[in-house]
Design a binder for this molecule. Structure first.
Ligand code: FAD
Length: 464
C-alpha cells in the first residue's frame, strides 16, 4: 500500500509522531467515543502544530488517502476515523491560553470543553460549549455549538473571534471578520469542510463560578401536561436561562432521584440560571404551578460541575445513533408524538433531548454566519437511540428512526443541526439543513478553499 511504503518520510515531518496498524497506541488513537464504530485508518498522524497538520494533509493528498479529522471524536457519524485512510489526530493540540483582561481564549483545535472550562473558570470566565466535558471544541464549534450558555451568550460560533486554519493546499491562514472573511463566515456553521482548525479564538464572558441548576421531572402518564409546562417555561423563564428538555428520559439512579422513581420514563426540564438561588426558586415556582412535577432537584453548583453533570451517564464506548430536527414550535401534536413514543425505547440511555434556543441566539442575524439552524426561538430536537448493549442499540436505533419519521411532518423540512446527523452520506439532509441559499454560498466558498473536496468526511458540502 502506497501509504505504508512512504510513511517513513512522513514520520520525519510530523513532530507529534505517526502510527500505523500494530504500533503501540494505535488502537487507543483510532478509538472513537461512539462504540458502534470500529475503524482502522492506514495512518494516524498525531499532530502538535499547524506544520504537522499541513504535512499530513500533503501526504494524504499525494498518496490518495482519505482524510479524517479527529477532534474530540464525538461525531455521531463516526466521521473522525475512516478505514484505510489518514487520520489527523488533534488530541495533543489541547492547550488553552486565557487572556483575562482582554477576555479572550486561544484554544487548540483538539481541546475538549473540559479543557476550556477548567482554564477559563480559573478567571471566572466561560464561553458557550456543549453539555458534556469530553466533547471536542472542534466539531462542536464548527457546526454551531449549543449548551447551557447559548441563550445567555449565543452559540459557540457567535463567540468565535478568529481561527487558525490549515487549508487543503497546505497554507496556514487566519480567518476573522477582517482576514479571509468568506472563510470565517463558512467556518461558523459549515462544519469541517474548509480546512483543519488548529486554534480557535473565543470571546469570554463572566460566568459563575456558582450557577443555579434545576431539574423537574414528570412521569410519562402526565407527559403531555409536563411538556406543555416545558413549552410555557421556554416562553416565560428569564430569556438567558439555559434550557434543555429531556423528552422520554429515564429517571437516573442518582441520589437526587427518590428510589421509587429510579428508571421511570417521563419528560424532564433542565434549567441553568445565572442569578441568585432565590431568583431561581421564584422562577421555578411558576413552572411548578403549571404542572407539579413528580420530583425535582434545585441546587446551586459550580459552573464546571454543571458542565460535567452528564459525564457519568454517557461514557466513551456508548453505542449511539441520533437523528435531529428543528421545531419552530413545540406544538400539541409534537408533544403527543413524543409522549406516545417515549415508552417504546428499550434502553434507559435513549431519549429525546431538545435545546430550547432563544435569547442571545436570536440576537444574531440569520445571514451573519453559515449556521443552518433557526435564529428565531425554536427547539433543536435530537432523537437519540443509545445503549451499552449492541442488541438493544439495534432496537433503539430503529426507535430513533421511527420516532424521527413521526416527528418529521411537524418540522418545516428534513433539515437538522448538522452535528446531529448520523449518516455520513446524507446529502439530501445536509442540503435541507442549510437551505438552498446558504448551501449555494457554502458550495462556492468550498470551491475556493477545497476544490478537490479533500475534507469530505463530514456533513459534506460539495464544491460548485
Ligand atoms: P469529532 O468526531 O472529533 O469531529 C467531528 C468532525 O468535526 C470531524 O470529522 C471534522 O469534520 C470536524 N472537526 C473536528 N475538529 C476539527 C478541527 N479542529 N478542524 C476542522 N474540523 C474539525 N453538540 C452540541 O452543540 N451541544 C452539546 O451539548 C452536545 N452534546 C453532545 C453529547 C454527546 C454525548 C455527543 C456524542 C455529541 C454531542 N454533541 C453536542 C454533538 C457534537 O457537537 C458533535 O458530535 C461534534 O461533531 C463533536 O465534535 P468532536 O470534535 O468531539 O468530534
Amino acid at each position: 500500500m502506497a501509504a505504508t511504503r512512504n510513511v517513513d518520510g512522513l514520520r520525519s515531518m510530523v513532530a507529534g509522531g505517526v502510527m500505523t496498524p500494530g504500533d503501540p497506541g494505535y488502537d487507543t488513537a483510532r478509538a472513537l467515543w461512539n462504540g458502534s464504530f470500529d475503524r482502522r485508518p492506514a495512518v494516524i498522524t498525531c499532530c502538535r502544530s499547524a506544520a504537522d497538520v499541513a504535512a499530513a494533509v500533503g501526504f494524504a493528498e499525494a498518496n490518495g488517502l482519505e482524510i479524517s479529522v479527529r477532534g474530540g471524536a464525538h461525531s455521531f457519524s463516526g466521521a473522525s476515523a475512516g478505514d484505510g485512510g489518514l487520520m489527523i489526530h488533534l488530541g495533543s493540540m489541547s492547550t488553552v491560553q486565557v487572556d483575562p483582561e482582554g477576555r479572550r481564549a486561544r484554544v487548540g483545535g483538539g481541546a475538549t470543553w473540559g479543557d476550556v472550562d477548567a482554564a477559563t473558570q480559573e478567571h471566572g470566565l466561560a464561553v458557550t460549549g456543549g453539555v458534556l466535558s469530553d466533547t471536542g471544541v472542534g466539531g462542536l464549534t464548527l457546526g454551531g455549538g449549543m449548551g447551557w450558555l447559548a441563550n445567555r451568550h449565543g452559540l459557540s460560533i457567535d463567540n468565535l473571534v478568529s481561527a487558525e486554519v490549515v487549508l487543503a493546499d497546505g497554507r496556514v491562514v487566519r480567518a476573522s471578520e477582517s482576514d479571509e472573511p468568506d472563510l470565517f463566515w463558512a467556518l461558523r456553521g459549515g462544519g469541517g469542510n474548509f480546512g483543519v482548525v488548529t486554534a480557535f479564538e473565543y470571546r469570554l464572558h463572566q460566568v459563575g463560578p456558582e450557577v443555579q441548576f434545576g431539574l423537574l421531572f414528570w412521569e410519562v402518564e402526565r407527559g403531555v401536561d409536563g411538556l406543555r409546562a416545558c413549552r410555557e417555561a421556554a416562553r416565560t423563564l428569564p430569556s438567558d436561562y439555559g434550557m434543555l428538555i429531556g423528552g422520554g428520559l429515564s429517571a437516573p439512579e442518582a441520589p437526587f432521584v427518590p428510589e421509587e422513581h429510579h428508571g421511570k420514563i417521563g419528560h424532564a426540564l433542565l434549567v441553568a440560571g445565572y442569578g441568585s438561588a432565590d431568583e431561581h426558586a421564584h422562577a421555578i415556582d411558576a413552572v411548578r404551578e403549571m404542572c407539579p412535577p413528580l420530583f425535582e432537584f434545585l441546587t446551586p453548583m459550580p459552573y464546571t460541575a454543571m458542565q460535567q453533570l452528564f459525564d457519568p451517564e454517557l461514557q466513551p464506548g456508548t453505542w449511539m445513533y441520533d437523528k435531529g430536527l428543528y421545531l419552530a414550535e413545540l406544538t400539541d401534536d409534537a408533544i403527543t408524538v413524543m409522549t406516545e413514543r417515549a415508552p417504546g425505547k428499550t434502553d434507559p440511555l435513549s431519549f429525546m433531548p431538545m435545546f430550547a434556543l432563544h435569547g442571545a441566539v436570536s440576537e444574531v442575524g440569520d445571514d451573519a454566519t453559515a449556521y443552518g439552524g433557526l435564529r428565531t426561538p425554536n427547539f433543536v430536537v435530537d432523537v437519540s437511540g443509545a445503549s451499552n448493549d449492541p442488541d438493544r442499540f439495534v432496537a433503539d436505533r430503529e426507535w430513533a428512526r421511527s420516532t424521527w419519521d413521526a416527528l418529521r411532518p411537524l418540522a418545516g423540512n428534513a433539515g437538522s443541526y448538522v452535528n446531529f446527523i448520523s449518516e455520513l452520506e446524507d446529502d439530501e439532509r445536509v442540503r435541507a439543513s442549510y437551505g438552498p441559499a446558504k448551501y449555494g454560498r457554502l458550495a462556492q466558498i468550498k470551491a475556493e478553499y477545497d476544490p478537490g473536496n479533500l475534507f469530505h468526511r463530514n456533513a459534506n458540502i460539495k464544491p460548485v
